[in-house]
Every structure is written in structure tokens, then in C-alpha cells.
Design a protein around this ligand. Structure first.
Ligand code: FES
Ligand code: FES
Length: 176
């Protein structure tokens, strides 16, 4: 006949392991250091807008198509809506708020002088796309200007192209 189990003789059940929180993700934004201690899959766009209140970076299609959320990551153009914080971590991000120094960036100056802005929603992304273009092509041709894929529902592309050409000339020292 089996003997009843003596509860005192059973080994104690170990407590359920407490899940460890994810390690903070370091990131540099406009020259300042931050740690993200939330979901590593969260898009960079939400960190910028909701955590840092850098609302110059806009929410548009949320699918990597429109370019309203464009930022620079290590000087390369990136759609912030599709970049998870885990991938952005360890990199250097520049948003529209971090573009100007003591003076406006030449593109911002050219934007004003060319009267390029209509509703304005796409414009911070357009300027950062232009920064990326002029870094790669200091003397952009019509094809380069046409290749900027950021959308503008106001149809301001002709003014935007004029503004980029103007800024390119300022950056080359050919005009003030
Ligand atoms: S909101 Fe990111 S590409 Fe449209
Ligand atoms: S200026 Fe309105 S969407 Fe581009």
C-alpha cells in the first residue's frame, strides 16, 4: 500500500522567475543622450514625438511611404515610422529641431526665401531629405531633385526644387 506523501518532505517549489526588464537602449538625438527603457520594437517616431515632444517630425502614412517622418540617422535619410528603437539605438539622430546652429541651416534659409511652404505638414521631412541629397550631391541635377520621394499633397514640389537649388548654391559659396 503506497505511503501518503509527506508534504514536509517535498522540495519547496521555487518562485516563478521575475522577468528582467529589457536593458535601456541608448540613443543620441540632436546631440543629447537618452535611454529608451520601453518596448524595443517601438518606432523611433513615437520616441521623438511622445517621449521627447519633438513634434516637428510628422506622422503621415505610418508605412514608410510619404516621408513626413524623415530624420537623419548617422547623416542618412531614414523613415522614423519604420525604424524600431532597437535598431536606432547606438546611433546619432538629427531631427528638424536639431538642424540649425546659431543661424538657420542654408536649406531653412532657402526655404523661407523661396516661399516653399504651403500647409507645412511635409516640410520638415522635405528639408531633411534635401539635407541628405546635398550631402551626397552638392550640385544636384533635375533628376536628383525629382528623385526625392517625399510626398507633398499641396503640390509644392516646384518651389521645393527651387529652394534646394538655391541652398546648394549657398552651400557651395556661390550666393548668400
Ligand atoms: S509617416 Fe513615415 S513614411 Fe509616412
Ligand atoms: S506643403 Fe502641404 S503637404 Fe507639403
Amino acid at each position: 500500500m503506497p505511503r501518503p506523501t509527506d508534504p514536509a518532505a517535498s522540495p519547496p517549489t521555487p518562485p516563478a522567475a521575475t522577468p528582467r526588464p529589457p536593458a535601456p537602449l541608448p540613443i543620441t538625438i540632436n546631440g543629447k543622450f537618452y535611454d529608451h527603457d520601453g518596448d524595443p520594437a517601438m518606432p523611433l517616431l513615437w520616441f521623438l514625438r511622445d517621449r521627447l515632444r519633438l513634434t516637428g517630425t510628422k506622422y503621415g502614412c505610418d508605412g514608410g511611404e510619404c516621408g513626413a517622418c524623415s530624420v537623419l540617422v548617422d547623416d542618412k535619410l531614414v523613415r522614423a515610422c519604420t525604424l524600431p528603437m532597437a535598431a536606432a539605438s547606438g546611433h546619432r539622430v538629427t531631427t528638424i529641431e536639431g538642424l540649425a546652429g546659431d543661424d538657420l541651416h542654408p536649406l531653412q534659409q532657402a526655404w523661407i526665401e523661396s516661399d516653399a511652404i504651403q500647409c507645412g505638414y511635409c516640410q520638415s521631412g522635405q528639408i531633411l531629405a534635401a539635407v541628405d541629397l546635398l550631402r551626397r550631391k552638392p550640385r544636384p541635377g533635375e533628376d536628383d531633385l525629382a528623385a526625392i520621394a517625399n510626398l507633398c499633397r499641396c503640390g509644392s514640389q516646384p518651389q521645393l526644387r527651387r529652394a534646394i537649388a538655391r541652398a546648394a548654391a549657398i552651400l557651395r559659396g556661390e550666393r548668400k
